[in-house]
Write a protein that binds this ligand. Structure first.
Ligand code: SD4
Length: 338
């Protein structure tokens, strides 16, 4: 038996491995329906043309890659993985994968997760020395009986699956960390360089939804800290019958409100993706003694009809959307207009 089959069939066989659900796929839309697509962040159209991809922040190369996969007939799961990999490999992005800003001790530690149309999911937390955390998360989902692997175990698993260990701390990130150490004051940074954690959601031509999220987490976090991004239900949630949501920003606040699951459940109750994102932000900012002025949280969401939404606490959060041949950055509406 191949090692991966052995792993998958190990002690948890039949327990916790998500059961495939037969889902009714959205039929491909007619050209008339395509014309009715509204690409604004607050669209309320009834059925959008497929396939479509959305992602947190300004990540046109990543959404272009995901759309290329979808156009070639690939499924939503392959699309979100390959889209996220673009940013993980981009050393200039200091919040994801190689070149990510390190923790206080100078260690780059990655969190990532992925979720498919069946509700299967995989996640890695506190992963070091492996650039493509999202792909390791997919391997956890597909080749092990588990959902989440952490730290050294996650790294050893990745190496056993053929991932090459490498130093993820680039000269630029090392220099930034060394500057930070002079004062060593920890403060969450709002909207790092208009590019942060990448969360991506896709609907393929069959109407099936998948999502992924990958990050190096908060810059200069405490050693061992894990955020929302690899936590299914917080950083990401997909329900192929309803829709999907992914989060960015201060993970602690997302975890406390189980943000992405909340957004999907609100859509299940009939809210549009936009309304659901707004409600999830309002749960954070309306907490007694909320210090929301000091941190950012942003959500993007899509429902089964391909309607999309995005909302954040502060200005300058954006969503990249690729649909109908248009790959564009859409500024998100936000709560703090004071
Ligand atoms: C985290 N949500 O680790 C991630 C990182 C992020 O702004 O999005 N930072 O909390």
């Amino acid at each position: 038996m191949k090692r991966r089959n052995f792993l998958k069939n190990a002690s948890l066989t039949g327990v916790g491995l998500a059961v495939g659900t037969t889902l009714v796929a959205c039929a491909e839309t007619t050209s008339e329906e395509k014309k009715s697509v509204d690409t604004s962040a607050t669209n309320n159209n009834t059925k959008a043309s497929l396939p479509l991809v959305i992602a947190t922040w300004h990540v046109m190369d990543a959404t272009a890659k995901a759309m290329e996969v979808l156009q070639a007939g690939g499924n939503a799961l392959d699309a979100v993985e390959q889209g996220c990999m673009v940013e993980e490999a981009n050393e200039k992005g200091q919040s994801v994968g190689k070149g990510g800003l390190p923790d206080r001790d100078g260690n780059v530690t990655l969190d990532a997760c992925i979720m498919d149309k069946h509700g299967n999911c995989g996640s890695v937390v506190y992963l070091q020395n492996i650039t493509h955390a999202v792909s390791v998360a997919r391997k956890v989902m597909e080749d092990t009986p588990h959902v989440m692997l952490a730290g050294e175990g996650a790294k050893q698993f990745a190496i056993s699956e053929g991932f090459q260990p490498e130093d993820l701390l680039t000269d630029a990130s090392k220099e930034a960390w060394e500057k930070w150490k002079v004062e060593a004051k920890y403060k969450p940074i709002i909207n790092i360089e208009n590019h942060d954690t990448i969360g991506m959601l896709a609907i393929d031509k069959n109407g099936d939804i998948s999502g992924a999220c990958t990050t190096s987490g908060l810059a200069y976090k405490m050693g061992g800290r894990v955020g929302d991004s690899p936590i299914i239900g917080s950083g990401l949630f997909v329900d192929n019958e309803i829709g999907a949501c992914v989060a960015t920003g201060l993970g602690e606040e997302v975890v406390k409100t189980v943000g992405s699951f909340l957004v999907v459940e609100l859509m299940r109750q009939g809210k549009s993706p936009q309304e659901a994102c707004e409600e999830a932000i309002s749960r954070i900012v309306n907490k007694p003694n909320s210090n929301f002025k000091d941190f950012q949280v942003g959500y993007i969401a899509v429902n089964k009809n391909g309607e999309t939404g995005s909302y954040a606490i502060h200005q300058w959060f954006s969503m990249t959307k690729f649909q109908d041949g248009v790959n564009e950055q859409i500024q998100s509406d936000f709560f703090n207009k004071a």
